[in-house]
Write a protein that binds this ligand. Structure first.
Ligand code: ADP
Ligand code: MG
Length: 225
C-alpha cells in the first residue's frame, strides 16, 4: 500500500494559544518500508503518527492510501478501514483491563463482527512468546508481555501497515530490546510496512528510512551511500 501525506498540518488552539503541532508534512510511505521518526518531546511525533494512521483529523492537507483520500471517508468508513488495514501500537499498550490477553488480541476482528482466525492468533502468540499467557488479564502480565499482546492485536486483522508510537518507551531496556527484535522479525517475515516513533537512536538506525521532526517540521535524513 502506498501512503502519501501532502501538506498535512495540525493546529491546536487559536490566538496566543495557537500551536502548530504539524507543519505541512510531506511523506511518501511505500509498501514494505521500515521507517523511523525521531524528535524531542513535544515536537509533534504523536500528532504525525495519529494523522498518518487516521486516528485524528488534520487541520489541512491530504492523506491518501493507494490514491484514496483517507480524510474524505465518513467516520464509519474510516473506522472500518483503520481496523482492517492499519495496525497501531501505543506506548502505554492500551489493553482493555477486564479482557484476557486472547480477548484483547481478537477485539479488532470481533468489532468487525467476524470470527478471529484462531490458527493465526496461535501463530502470532507463539511468535511473540505469549502462548502460555493468553488466558491472563493484562495486570497479570509484565510490561513486555503486555506490549507483545498489543503487537498481536495490531496484527490480528492482517493489516498492511503497522504504526508504533514509542513502543518501547514504557519498558526497561531488556524487554524493550525483545519487543524491538520481535517487531523487526515480524516485519521481515510478514512483509509489513512499519513506521515507528522512537527516542532511541539505536532503534532509529535499524530502519531503512529515517525521518526527524522538530517543531512540527518533518525531514527525511536517510543516509545515502
Ligand atoms: P510528541 O509526541 O513529539 O511529544 P505531540 O504530537 O504529542 O508531541 O505534541 C506536539 C505539540 O502539540 C505539543 O506542543 C503539544 O503540547 C501540542 N498538543 C498535542 N495534543 C494537543 C491537544 N490535544 N491540544 C492542544 N495541544 C496539543
Ligand atoms: Mg508522543
Amino acid at each position: 500500500m502506498n501512503i502519501k501525506a501532502k501538506e498535512l498540518s495540525k493546529i491546536y488552539g487559536r490566538g496566543e494559544n495557537k500551536v502548530t503541532a504539524l507543519d505541512k508534512a510531506e511523506m511518501e510511505i511505500r509498501s514494505g518500508d521500515f521507517i523511523s521518526i525521531m524528535g524531542p518531546s513535544g515536537s509533534g511525533k504523536s500528532t504525525l503518527l495519529h494523522l498518518l494512521s487516521g486516528l485524528d483529523h488534520p487541520t489541512s492537507g491530504s492523506l491518501t492510501y493507494d490514491g484514496r483520500e483517507l480524510y474524505g471517508m465518513s467516520d464509519r468508513e474510516l473506522s472500518v478501514f483503520r481496523r482492517q488495514r492499519i495496525g497501531f501500537i501505543f506506548q502505554q499498550f492500551n489493553l482493555l483491563p477486564v479482557l484476557t490477553a486472547q480477548e484483547n488480541i481478537a477485539m479488532p476482528v470481533l468489532l468487525d463482527k467476524k470470527q478471529p482466525d484462531m490458527e493465526y492468533l496461535g501463530e502470532l502468540a507463539k511468535l511473540l512468546g505469549i502462548s502460555e499467557r493468553l488466558t491472563h488479564l493484562p495486570h497479570e502480565l509484565s510490561g513486555g508481555q503486555q506490549q507483545r499482546v498489543a503487537i498481536a492485536r495490531a496484527l490480528i486483522a492482517k493489516p498492511d501497515v503497522i504504526f508504533a508510537d514509542e513502543p518501547t518507551g514504557n519498558l526497561d531496556s531488556k524487554s524493550g530490546g525483545e519487543v524491538m527484535e520481535m517487531l523487526r522479525n515480524i516485519r521481515e517475515k510478514m512483509g509489513k510496512t512499519l513506521v515507528i516513533i522512537t527516542h532511541d537512536i539505536r532503534i532509529a538506525r535499524m530502519a531503512d528510512r529515517q525521518f526527524a521532526i522538530m517543531d512540527g517540521v518533518v525531514t527525511e535524513n536517510t543516509a545515502r551511500n
